[in-house]
Design a protein around this ligand. Structure first.
Ligand SMILES: Nc1ncnc2c1ncn2[C@@H]1O[C@H](COP(=O)(O)OP(=O)(O)OP(=O)(O)O)[C@@H](O)[C@H]1O
Ligand SMILES: [Mg+2]
Length: 252
């Protein structure tokens, strides 16, 4: 899973380790990007984020999952069945899970609405963890749950821009998971998140012949050329598999 040799001037990549996605992205996510992984419930966002981290950890990059919605102990049960998952990644510190609730508790942020000072505190605290643990891949699942406590567009913008800057400066590539309703016309709940993220990967559901398929589409990715084709996504014990929708994915 080494970075491909890139033409002059091309940005270094953070290969996701998901072959189909790395092909779409011409080698992977440009390193340091903040990517919004967005979709409705059950589309595979958490599974894909975990796979991104496990592949990073296997390649020697320290990886952190910041869990806002689910207890991290529960998340582990999602990765353990994977053939490529190795529990020593956790004991060796290559793969770390932290519950955001514990961070809020530690920082005195158990409140329904954050101030700009609270945002600074939270971003600095995440930055310190990224620095201390030398994290190169970060997932926040989900940013939407953090946004509920930010409330205003200004604060959401402030949080995402600050977080992106702090971690990107440390060479860390970030996936922010975003939850939207199936009929959503935009890519994020508040509309702000999508505008400031460096990339958007959209996950969806598609009904075909009585079956509900999962789909994936890269909508934007700063720093690389990429296909915007819709792919059918299969969650398998060997990881995510992608087939272009029009090339027979989903039996069309
Ligand atoms: N390796 C796998 N093989 C088959 N099914 C899987 C696999 N991994 C996850 N799933 C199934 O895929 C579904 C969705 O996965 P996931 O939790 O990643 O979606 P999500 O987009 O994060 O959903 P939510 O918005 O509810 O958090 C779950 O029902 C899960 O059982
Ligand atoms: Mg999820």
């Amino acid at each position: 899973m080494e970075s491909l040799k890139l033409p002059k001037g091309e940005r270094e990549r953070c290969p996701t380790g998901i072959e189909g996605l790395d092909n779409i992205l011409n080698g992977g996510i440009p390193r340091g990007n903040t990517v919004l992984l967005t979709g409705s419930c059950g589309t595979g966002k958490t599974t894909m984020s975990l796979e991104f981290l496990v592949h990073g950890a296997l390649a020697g990059e320290n990886s952190l999952f910041l869990s806002v919605t689910e207890a991290s102990s529960k998340l582990l049960s999602n990765v353990i069945p994977y053939e490529f998952f190795d529990e020593s990644l956790i004991s060796s510190g290559k793969l770390t899970f932290i519950d955001m609730a514990a961070m809020y508790d530690r920082l005195g942020l158990e409140k329904s609405e954050f101030t700009f000072e609270d945002i600074s505190l939270l971003v600095d605290s995440i930055g310190e963890i990224v620095e201390e643990l030398a994290i190169k891949r970060l997932v926040v699942d989900s940013i939407t749950s953090v946004c509920y406590r930010l409330k205003t567009e200004e604060k959401i913008r402030d949080f995402i821009l600050r977080l992106g800057k702090v971690v990107s400066e440390k060479g860390c590539t970030t996936i922010l998971v975003s939850e939207i309703s199936p009929k959503e016309e935009r890519y994020s709940l508040y509309g702000v998140e999508e505008a400031i993220a460096d990339g958007i990967i959209l996950m969806g559901n598609l009904e075909r012949r009585g079956d509900l398929l999962r789909t994936l589409q890269v909508v934007k990715m700063r720093g690389t050329q990429h296909s915007r084709t819709k792919y059918v996504l299969d969650l398998t014990p060997v990881g995510l598999l992608l087939v272009p929708l029009l090339k027979g994915g989903g039996g069309v």
